[in-house]
Design a protein around this ligand. Structure first.
Ligand SMILES: [Zn+2]
Ligand SMILES: [Zn+2]
Length: 351
């Protein structure tokens, strides 16, 4: 979808990140999942099976109709922690590498590396241990999942609400945790680190009494957490070029993410403007005395602007103009009641 902001055209694309298939612990084959993605109208799908690039080797990467299919993989350490999504890697790195080593190997190959469910934190269901990121001193990653649908679902799971959560899985979704948002803001004060949403789709079957229910069938996942990218030109017909456009948008934080359960977010706008220019999410602009942030939502919601990790304004509106008076990194959150709806990346003002 294209739109005009200032006097420039931008192109919005929305897709899903972090999909598992039967090549690892997902429950459907890739062809079927791609067909579901096309049916739902995804602009891009980013697959990440555990420790395998089998589907890439078998030629599944490419344009499938209007859906761009990209195949990366999910690396983990020997203790099954520090899950790392790698997109564009030439190979699966050896399983014997430490986290520091596989992050460095990926950075050397200019791979797009995203921390998967970094703050996973659950203890209730002994059968499902958490797989958090623990190596925070390691550098060289480009981003992190701030909202992982599967992790959030599992974190809320108790033996008592299992039935309710299994039958209406999207109801359980709230948003990224305060804790993780804080970590993310702090990292961004030092360097750019993109935040995105992921589905971590497996479509696991679970036993609910006498029934076996697939929690989060792929189609339900694809209508929930979306990652949106913004480009200054349409995605290229040539697959390799289009894939680089997608990766560059992610690397440069030209990204926002949303829970589609509360409405399509395609009409979201967030940009900064002053006498020297205009930048969208991910951009950097100098500070002058006419610097403003402009936000537009598809419909009214609770809108917050966060500067350097601190909330500076909260209002219920579908539009907002905010005058910036100090340097910092600014981002937007939109909530429907107490449920997270749309989250932007940062715009840097004077930093
Ligand atoms: Zn994982
Ligand atoms: Zn995963």
């Amino acid at each position: 979808m294209d739109r005009k902001i200032g006097n420039r055209n931008y192109y919005y694309f929305s897709g899903v990140v972090h999909i598992h298939t039967t090549a690892s612990d997902g429950t459907e084959g890739i062809e079927k999942i791609i067909a579901t993605g096309k049916e739902v109208g995804l602009d891009f799908m980013m697959f990440a099976d555990h420790m395998t690039l089998e589907h890439k080797e078998n030629g599944h990467e490419g344009w499938h109709g209007k859906t761009l299919v990209v195949i990366g993989y999910e690396h983990n350490d020997a203790a099954d922690k520090n899950h790392y999504l790698l997109f564009g890697s030439p190979r699966v790195y050896p399983a014997s590498l430490t986290t520091r080593e596989y992050v460095a190997a990926a950075a050397a190959d200019r791979v797009l590396g995203i921390l998967a469910h970094p703050d996973e934190n659950r203890s209730r269901m002994g059968k499902y241990p958490p797989y958090p990121w623990t190596e925070w001193s390691v550098d060289g990653f480009q981003g992190m999942e701030l909202w992982n649908q599967m992790s959030e679902w599992m974190e809320k799971l108790t033996p008592w609400n299992k039935v309710a959560l299994a039958f209406s899985p999207r109801k359980s979704m709230v948003g990224p945790t305060e804790r993780l948002l804080k970590i993310w803001d702090e990292i961004n004060l030092k360097k750019r680190c993109v935040g995105l949403a992921s589905v971590d789709a497996h479509a696991f079957p679970i036993k609910v009494g006498p029934l076996t229910v697939s929690i989060f069938p792929y189609k339900v996942h694809f209508k929930a957490l979306r990652t949106h990218i913004i480009l200054s030109e349409p995605l290229a017909e040539d697959f390799e070029t289009a894939r680089e456009q997608l990766f560059d948008a992610i690397r440069e934080s030209r990204v926002f993410f949303s829970n589609m359960r509360w409405g399509a977010a395609d009409d979201f706008e967030f940009y900064a403007v002053n006498d020297t220019g205009l930048v969208i999410t991910g951009g950097t602009l100098g500070l002058d005395d006419r610097t403003r942030l402009l936000v537009k939502l598809p419909r009214r919601a609770t809108l917050k602007i966060i500067a350097d990790g601190q909330k500076v304004i909260e209002t219920v509106a579908d539009e907002l103009e905010y005058t910036v008076t100090r340097k910092g990194i600014y981002r937007v959150e939109a909530w429907k009641k107490k449920r997270g709806w749309i989250f932007s990346n940062h715009i840097r003002i004077g930093v």
